[in-house]
Structures are given as structure tokens and as C-alpha cells.
Design a protein around this ligand. Structure first.
Ligand code: MN
Length: 253
């Protein structure tokens, strides 16, 4: 996410969960898509780093997905060992949906611990899951007193308008994708979030576009839709998102 200026942004995609992971990395390179390859377990870090070697538009996030905490809370130690080497962190966060409610306490403990380490280390960009937990997530973010060099991107935000405003007020960014735009609440949020805080994402392969699994190149359609909902030119929104990415990640990445 530095050097050569990208054309597009997919700030949250699980590249390693596609059958053609390596091909997808080069697809992002060719299409000049600044892509954050999020991971769900710290065990995936090394393999993902190897896959992006030589790529200038793809970066890897060190993750520990909240939906896996019930079985993988023990991987927090590996996560913490790797954290000093990671600028991008995610997927992390909290999922208070019915399927994961039982691990909520453990999820909160892990998330709080990760935030605390990030606050201590500084210089990180986090991509955060907040399903049915926007308030909890924002409470944790506020409590952790992150320095300005640690940025939070709320991925596929599904909270209320008031929660979105609170998030924006404390400096959060929002990554918007086809999944979010498929729901009326998501569309409403997407059209009202501050223009200088939005990024695009796909969250593939968990999201479908036109009956097939989304790929990073599908962000162009999200940019188009965002432009439509705001009555702006598509290219204006595309360039705004690149500006937002640059101010989010800084000159050195
Ligand atoms: Mn995800």
C-alpha cells in the first residue's frame, strides 16, 4: 500500500480462503487494488506473508477472528508474539450474534488484550468485526486509549446511525462492501457516513456478487453504488477513497 499508487481499495478480503489464493494476489497486483488480506488465525500469518512477497499492493493483516475464539483463544499467545511485526491487524473484534454468544466473555477479553498491546506498540491499522456489538466494540476502543498512530476501521458496520456517529467522532473509518449495501440499514449508513472516512472492501469469499463469490475487483461496483447514493461522479468517489487510504495508512506502509 505504498510506492505505486493503486486505483482501487479492498480493505478487507480473506484472500487465503480462496482456492486460487496466489493467483488472486497477482490479480490484485495487475488490477492495482490496494488489498488488505485479512486472516482469521495467527497460524495463517507466515503463509500469507510468503504469498504477498514481491507484491506492492497487497498487505497481510494479523488476525484472530472473534467467531473462532471459542476454539482458538489459546492462539492469543502466538498472536501476541507476532504483533510487533504487524502493521495491519485483523480480522479481530467481537461477534455477539446467537451462534457466538457463548464465547462473548472470552471474545471481549481477547479483543481488550489485543487493543491494549496495539496501544502500547503504536503504528497499526486495525480492521474490526462488530456484529451485534457496535456499542461493546466502541466501548473497548475508547477504554484502550489508542494513540493517534493506531487507527480503527470498522468493517461491514451494522450498528445504528447514532453508533456510527459515535464511531466517527472517535476517529474510526468504515469499510463498505456489497454485503453492507445489500441491506436497507447498510445502504442508509453507507450514504450518510463522512465521505473522508470510507473505504471499500469485499469480505470475500464470504460475500456473493451477482450469484458468484466476490473477488477484490468487485470493489469497482461498490464505488459506483456509493457514488449513486451520494449523487457524485464515480471517479470522484474512487479518488476520495484513495485519499482516505493514504491518510489512514500514512506515507510508510
Ligand atoms: Mn471478514
Amino acid at each position: 500500500m505504498s510506492g505505486v499508487r493503486p486505483r482501487w481499495v479492498d480493505f478487507h478480503c480473506h484472500l487465503d480462503l480462496y482456492p486460487d489464493h496466489q493467483r488472486l494476489v497477482w490479480e490484485c497486483e495487475r488490477a492495482e487494488i490496494a488489498t488488505l488480506a485479512v486472516t482469521t488465525t495467527p497460524k495463517a500469518w507466515a503463509g500469507n506473508q510468503a504469498a504477498v512477497k514481491g507484491a506492492c499492493h497487497v498487505r497481510v493483516g494479523l488476525g484472530l477472528h472473534p467467531q473462532l475464539i471459542a476454539e482458538r483463544a489459546g492462539e492469543l499467545r502466538l498472536f501476541e508474539t507476532l504483533l510487533p511485526t504487524a502493521k495491519y491487524v485483523g480480522e479481530i473484534g467481537i461477534d455477539a450474534g446467537p451462534r457466538y454468544f457463548r464465547s462473548l466473555e472470552a471474545q471481549e477479553a481477547v479483543f481488550a488484550s489485543i487493543l491494549q498491546r496495539c496501544a502500547e506498540q503504536g503504528g497499526k491499522v486495525l480492521t474490526v468485526h462488530s456484529v451485534r456489538s457496535a456499542k461493546r466494540v466502541l466501548d473497548h476502543v475508547e477504554r484502550s486509549r489508542l494513540p493517534p498512530s493506531v487507527r480503527v476501521v470498522l468493517h461491514w458496520f451494522s450498528g445504528t446511525m447514532a453508533e456510527a456517529k459515535r464511531a466517527a467522532d472517535i476517529g474510526c473509518y468504515f469499510s463498505i462492501g456489497p454485503g453492507m449495501l445489500a441491506s436497507p440499514n447498510g445502504r442508509k449508513l453507507a450514504s450518510s457516513l463522512p465521505l473522508d472516512r470510507i473505504l471499500t472492501e469485499t469480505d470475500g469469499p464470504f460475500v456473493q456478487v451477482a450469484g458468484r463469490i466476490a473477488r477484490p475487483r468487485d470493489v469497482s461496483e461498490t464505488v459506483e453504488e456509493l457514488a449513486l447514493t451520494r449523487s457524485l461522479e464515480t471517479d470522484e468517489v474512487r479518488r476520495q477513497i484513495l485519499t482516505n487510504l493514504a491518510s489512514l495508512v500514512g506515507p510508510i506502509s
